[in-house]
Design a protein around this ligand. Structure first.
Ligand SMILES: [Zn+2]
Length: 272
């Protein structure tokens, strides 16, 4: 868990997600396009109806709707206004839908954003609403510290996408104990393995935060939205360079240099 003290209300509210979807277009990312292809290939036989929870701008929703009856759910009215299918404005932990009312509940890049109580509630709702399958995409073994920025306004250190959780296949399986993983895939951009402690040094001492000029980042505590790389001296650069070397050494020793950024995992209900 990150050590950012922002509140649930600030990072898990319709207004927070509206701000995000006012300026985000996922279809311009070639890895998201590839993800759409992989999702369609992994779709099991026998599925007709799909509920897409946290549909965002609807790129993947519309890809799935090429072959399935899809209903899209999101907390953001701005996001839902971009959808061309039936929609439900709802939080993932309070879906106004009947028990077993969809063959599959699908969620891409949703679970990692949810504060812990909302995540637990969402897992219960997926179990309740899904007749047969839960299909999720999440960042795979993400080092949450890596994408931290520090707000120049209030000094809050926070994940730029407000991720609260890091998952692997076992962690996902624990969320859905009445389901079994029947298919999975890793895909997306290669993500170098990093260590939280070394990233802290890179950021706090080397002043290399996850910020680049022009990127849209909003502080979840004070709303500051002008993030630029802080000035860095030769010493700062040397520290960040040393962290790069240390990270490479740790990775060489562990034999794990990294992997694709996303994990797709398909779960099938087991108790019937
Ligand atoms: Zn701030």
């Amino acid at each position: 868990m990150p050590d950012a003290p922002h509140t649930h209300e600030q990072v898990d509210s319709p207004a927070f997600y509206d701000r995000h979807w006012e300026h985000t277009d996922t279809a311009v990312d070639p890895y998201v396009v590839e993800k759409g292809d992989r999702i369609l290939r992994l779709m099991p036989d026998g599925v007709r109806s799909v509920l897409d929870v946290g549909c965002g701008d609807g790129y993947l929703t519309h890809r799935i709707a090429e072959r399935f009856d899809v209903t899209a759910a999101d907390r953001s009215g701005v996001a839902l206004s971009r959808l061309r299918c039936p929609t439900v404005e709802a939080s993932a932990d309070a879906l106004p839908l009947g028990d077993r009312s969809f063959d599959m509940v699908f969620a891409s890049e949703l679970l990692e954003h949810l504060p812990a109580p909302v995540l637990a509630g969402a897992a219960r709702e997926f179990d309740r609403v899904a007749r047969a399958y839960v299909f999720v995409a999440v960042p795979h073994r993400e080092n949450l510290r890596r994408r931290f920025a520090r707000c120049p306004g209030c000094q809050l250190e926070f994940h730029i996408d407000c991720h609260h959780h890091s998952f692997d296949k076992d962690a996902l399986a624990r969320l859905f104990p009445r389901f079994r993983c029947v298919a999975s895939a890793e895909l997306g951009a290669f993500e170098r393995a990093t260590q939280p402690a070394l990233e802290r040094i890179r950021q706090r001492i080397g002043r290399r935060w996850w910020v680049w000029d022009g990127a849209k980042i909003t502080c979840p505590r004070c709303g500051h939205d002008r993030f630029e790389s802080p000035p860095r001296s030769l010493v700062h650069r040397a520290v960040a360079g040393a962290v790069d070397v240390a990270t490479a050494l740790v990775n060489a020793r562990s034999g794990r240099s990294g992997g694709p950024y996303w994990l797709l995992a398909l779960f099938r209900r087991t108790n019937e």
